[in-house]
Design a protein around this ligand. Structure first.
Ligand code: HEC
Length: 119
């Protein structure tokens, strides 16, 4: 019973996260943000919106990049692509999300958890 309730509430949170992301990007791909704090979700929305225009979000998410300096360089390179739609004001939240995501990935790897394979 306990277990069922927990799963149900996680599922509705997930639906909420997917719906709000889908509104911006038109897709439901990306990261399960249901367990993340609200400020991280807000950053993620900027990332999901800006970085899904030319390629799927899995491009950055599965690039294996975990270095902040690398990300800063990449986001700058993407921003300068013609018609990227990424403004300088979008960069801080995007980098904040990527930093958070990268640290999370590193933590998982260190913890030996291969459950989600770095998705
Ligand atoms: C204007 C279109 C455009 C936007 C917007 C865009 N990208 Fe890209 N991205 C590309 C193109 C084109 C490539 C492939 C060419 C290249 O590697 O430079 C690419 C490649 C990448 C790669 C390399 C993947 C690999 O396999 O090496 C990463 C990482 C990446 N993008 C991240 C991002 C991030 C993060 C954002 C949001 C800040 C973003 N992109 C937004 C066009 C875009």
């Amino acid at each position: 019973m306990q277990r069922f309730r927990k799963t149900a509430s996680r599922t509705s949170l997930l639906c909420f996260a997917l719906v709000s992301v889908a509104c911006h990007t038109g897709t439901a791909e990306g990261v399960d943000m249901s367990a993340q704090p609200a400020n991280v979700r807000a950053d993620y929305e900027v990332f999901a919106q800006r970085c899904s225009k030319c390629h799927s979000l899995s491009r950055p998410l599965e690039s294996g990049i975990t270095d902040d300096a690398y990300w800063a360089e990449y986001v700058e390179r993407m921003r300068r692509q013609p018609g990227s739609g990424i403004s300088p004001a979008d960069v801080p939240p995007i980098l904040r999300f990527l930093h958070y995501y990268s640290s999370d990935q590193r933590r998982r790897r260190h913890a030996g958890g291969s459950r989600d394979g770095g998705k």
